[in-house]
Design a protein around this ligand. Structure first.
Ligand code: ADP
Length: 397
């Protein structure tokens, strides 16, 4: 069965076409800077032949153009792996949020309505998905569409760790509670650790990328996470603020900022970018810090402190720790960031093997140092594979 996995970012589209149940990736593609008429990037790779298409400074004015471009490549005689897109039987999406739908759900009208109903909690993400799903429906009218919602892995978190201190009716009437995200990634890490441990374990998974979250995992289940109800919570993110004191909104209005300015500060000009003033990309911030830029150094330390704060708290939740995992763009690639976090965890008996850490960029590697009480790993996440499997396994009720 041919299954297309589709990951929609606020300005990006990522695709992987799987042949299931073999889990073979036939082709992958991505469009970045969607919305640009002259500066978008489109990449397509046929993994059967190894042929690669790389277009920079191209026009991808909207999601429709990006999706069309990928689907055309799939059937093009030069680059294609399919004779017709109708061979795609199912599409799995790494969807973010839908009211009252937390696990894997076929994208029926009701589920789509749930995505619209909770739009304010995930405006950028849900808007992108709603557009992309609509375009894809036109192109693949007979395919089954499955939404693997990013909140699904955290449904087992006990209520005492999900409730905010708000009037209880808000939880009952509006569903106000901490939901958690990055389910595809933390769920994949839990699967890998299940194989490594062969039994029961306590782990903390640090998904550090454009968005970042920490998740406490016990025996394959999430028992706590740093994200709250919206994506505007938890750790500082690339350009989003993360946890915020709710009275600051009124305070900043009182100081003369407009609603638009406050939103922009929280959502687009905050986080690593906001503190460093350098970039939202940690690579540039690390380079600036090495050159003596004090705000860049500070941004890294704020990020590290937040990660360590959650790890300490989750250590107590779990009653100890067997595995500490770093994953996603930063976690997999930044030896500097991993070292800074582990240095602060010495009190928990975490010891990193510095040579292995420095050599590890984007590969699965155990980084545990001598006499460490906790095994440390870098594990490249594979969100798409988990979604392909779940989409393949889905049985219509
Ligand atoms: P997203 O959350 O957008 O899916 P990723 O998980 O791919 O993002 O992470 C992207 C981020 O990873 C980049 O913004 C960059 O900051 C960071 N990154 C990638 N490689 C490195 C590296 N070698 N050193 C530090 N940071 C890196």
């Amino acid at each position: 069965m041919k299954i297309l996995v589709c990951n929609v970012g606020s300005t990006s589209l990522k695709f992987k076409l799987y042949d299931m149940p073999a889990c073979t990736v036939l082709s992958q593609g991505k469009a970045e800077r969607v919305g640009s008429l002259d500066d978008a990037i489109f990449q397509y790779e046929n993994l059967q032949t190894g042929s690669l298409l790389n277009e920079e400074k191209t026009a991808i004015p909207d999601y429709r153009a990006g999706i069309r471009r990928y689907l055309d490549c799939l059937t093009d005689p030069q680059t294609g792996v399919l004779s017709s897109v109708s061979q795609i039987e199912r599409v799995g999406y790494k969807t973010t949020l839908s009211k009252n739908h937390f696990g894997d759900h076929e994208l029926t009208d009701e589920v789509i309505e749930g995505m619209c109903a909770w739009l304010p909690l995930a405006t950028l993400h849900n808007t992108g998905y709603l557009q992309a799903i609509g375009v894809m429906r036109e192109a693949l009218p007979d395919a089954i569409f499955l939404g693997c919602f990013e909140t699904g892995f955290h449904r087992d978190i006990p209520l005492e760790r999900r409730l905010y201190g708000v009037p209880y009716e808000w939880y009952e009437r509006y569903g106000v509670q901490r939901l958690g995200y990055h389910s595809a990634s933390h769920g994949y890490i839990a699967d890998v650790l299940g194989k490594i441990s062969g039994g029961s374990y306590r782990a903390i998974s640090c998904h550090l990328g454009g968005s970042s979250s920490v998740c406490a995992i016990q025996d394959g289940k999430s028992v706590d996470t740093s994200f709250g109800m919206s994506l505007q919570s938890g750790l500082i993110h690339a350009a989003r603020v993360g946890d915020m004191d709710c009275d600051l909104y009124e305070f900043l209005r009182h100081e003369g900022l407009s609603d638009a300015q406050i939103h922009e500060g929280f959502e687009k000009k905050g986080g690593l970018l906001g503190i460093s003033g350098v970039s939202s990309d940690l690579r540039y911030i690390e380079a600036a810090a090495k050159d003596g830029n004090e705000r860049a150094r500070l941004a890294i330390e704020v990020f590290v402190s937040g990660i360590v704060h959650y790890i300490g708290s989750f250590y107590m939740d779990l009653g100890g720790l067997d595995y500490l995992v770093f994953t996603a763009g930063i976690g997999e690639n930044s030896d500097f960031l991993r070292r800074r976090v582990c240095e602060k965890l010495g009190v928990l008996g975490v010891v990193l093997d510095n040579a292995k850490n420095e050599a590890c960029h984007g590969t699965l590697l155990e980084l545990t140092g001598q006499d460490s009480k906790v095994r440390v790993f870098a594990i490249p996440t594979n969100e798409e594979l988990g979604i392909a499997r779940r989409t393949y396994d889905y049985v219509r009720p």
